[in-house]
Each structure stands twice: as structure tokens, then as C-alpha cells.
Design a protein around this ligand. Structure first.
Ligand code: ATP
Ligand code: MG
Length: 242
């Protein structure tokens, strides 16, 4: 579904993503892990059109999308949530999700339809119902992450890119989030997710890719990847693999 060839992104002298090849199959959950600063967020930002690669290409269902704008890619079905939960503080959660429903795809909904859809998506991701019409500025970070996910789902995505969606969740909320992600995959949404909690990412991923200093150092089934000596040395350490 997605195919990256030789993707490289530099910030000044820093090579954040270095010559990465990656295939993402339709309907899979791909876990992206690696140490801080490894280039994970930058890679998702390239796929979603926030950054253009300095070299290499990104293909989506065969089409080169490396030069497409963010809104074009959203309409083609690629949606993303962000590691930093900044948004429009004056909008309510419902309005924020309505933006996804109204502008994120080519469906031309009426306002009342968008309002209804927003409610369904917010309920689906476990957003507290009594806060749906409160401004985003009054929400905590977990609620903001849920609102972001609902907004991404409202665009009716084929590919969902999740950047540390579960940060800040307690263990029982994590379990709910894992169930939700599996439900989304069962609805035929392809998912690429970055998470640092190994229990979570191993439990949910069909395949895992490890980045280190911008380079892909491992790609395989979770149980294979965590036994890879390069992954242990650069990311996991002996303690985590014991
Ligand atoms: N907009 C930017 N301008 C300059 N440098 C950047 C920019 N975005 C990322 N970087 C740098 O690129 C490298 C990769 O950053 P990135 O955010 O992709 O890492 P990450 O793997 O997501 O890390 P983390 O786990 O901490 O979120 C880092 O050295 C970071 O400082
Ligand atoms: Mg990041």
C-alpha cells in the first residue's frame, strides 16, 4: 500500500532520516520504534506530507506522493495524529472533529451530518461525553489525544499514522486503546504507529521496524526484532530483553 525507497530527510547538517526503504502492506499494523531522536516522527511526517524528502520517494498505491501537499494526502486517505497535542484551543472537541469530517475527504457533508459524525467518532475513541462541547484549551493531554484520533478517523482514512497516541495513558486505558486499534484494523484501516512502551507495541503490531540515528536497523515480526542484537544494543538494552 505504501512503499518508501531511499527516503532521506536532512535538517541543516543533521540527517534525521537516512536512506530508508519500507513497505507497508494493506491492513497491517506496523510498529515503529527506536531511541529518542531516531527519526520516527520525521518519517511519519514525510509519509503524511508535512515534510518533503530530500531524496528518495514515497509511493501510495503505486502513485508517487512525495511532492503532494498535506491536504491532498488527507483527501487520498492518509491521516495522522501528532506527538505534540497542539490544536485550535478555542474550538470545542466536537468542532475539531467536524473539521476532519467536513474538509478531510471529498464527501461534502452538511453541517448537521458532520456534527452527528463527530459525536460518533468521539464516542468511539472513549472521549468523555460531558466534555464534547468544551473548548480544547480546557482538556487534559489524554483527552486531547482522543480528540485528535477522532478527528483523524473523521477524515475516513485508509492509512492512519499514530505518533505516540498512548503516552500518558494508564495501563487499563492502554488496554482499551490496543483493542480500539485492533478494531480499526478490522475495519480495513492500515496503521503505522510509534510507541515507546514495548508491551504495547509488541502486543499490537503485526510487524515492527526499528530506526536508529535515522537508519532502519531492523524490520520483522515483533518476537524476531526484540531478539536482534543491533536492536538490543541500540534501543532495548539487556534489561528489557531479560
Ligand atoms: N523541524 C526540525 N528541525 C530541525 N531538527 C529537527 C526537526 N525535526 C526533528 N529534528 C531532529 O531530527 C532528529 C529526529 O527527530 P524525530 O523527532 O524524528 O525523532 P523521534 O524518533 O520521533 O524521537 P522521539 O522518540 O524523541 O519523539 C532529531 O535529532 C531532532 O532533533
Ligand atoms: Mg517523535
Amino acid at each position: 500500500m505504501l512503499r518508501l525507497d531511499g527516503v532521506t530527510k536532512k535538517f541543516g547538517g543533521l540527517v534525521a532520516v537516512n536512506n530508508v526503504d519500507l513497505r507497508i502492506e494493506k491492513g497491517e499494523i506496523l510498529g515503529l520504534v527506536g531511541p529518542n531522536g531516531a527519526g520516527k516522527t520525521t518519517l511519519l511526517n514525510i509519509i503524511s506530507g508535512i515534510y518533503r524528502p530530500d531524496a528518495g520517494s514515497v509511493r501510495y498505491e503505486g502513485e508517487d506522493i512525495s511532492r503532494c501537499s498535506l491536504d491532498t494526502l488527507c483527501k487520498k486517505g492518509i491521516a495522522k495524529t501528532f506527538q505534540q497535542t497542539h490544536s485550535f484551543p478555542g474550538l470545542t472537541a466536537r468542532e475539531c472533529v467536524m473539521i476532519g469530517a467536513l474538509f478531510g475527504n471529498g464527501r461534502k457533508l452538511r453541517m448537521d451530518e458532520a456534527r452527528r459524525e463527530a459525536l460518533v467518532h468521539l464516542e468511539d475513541v472513549g472521549f468523555p461525553s460531558h466534555k464534547i462541547d468544551l473548548p480544547l484549551s480546557s482538556l487534559n493531554v489524554v483527552e486531547l489525544r482522543r480528540a485528535q484520533l477522532a478527528r483523524a478517523l473523521a477524515t475516513d482514512p485508509a492509512v492512519l499514522l499514530l505518533d505516540e497516541l498512548m503516552t500518558g495513558l494508564n495501563p487499563s486505558e492502554c488496554t482499551d486503546a490496543i483493542a480500539l486499534i485492533k478494531r480499526l484494523r478490522d475495519k480495513n484501516i492500515t496503521i503505522v504507529m510509534i510507541e515507546h512502551v514495548m508491551r504495547v507495541i509488541m502486543g499490537v503490531s503485526d510487524r515492527m521496524v526499528v530506526l536508529d540515528s535515522g537508519e532502519k536497523i531492523a524490520d520483522g515480526r515483533p518476537e524476531e526484532v526484540v531478539r536482534d542484537q543491533r536492536v538490543i544494543d541500540s534501543y532495548l538494552g539487556e534489561r528489557c530483553t531479560a
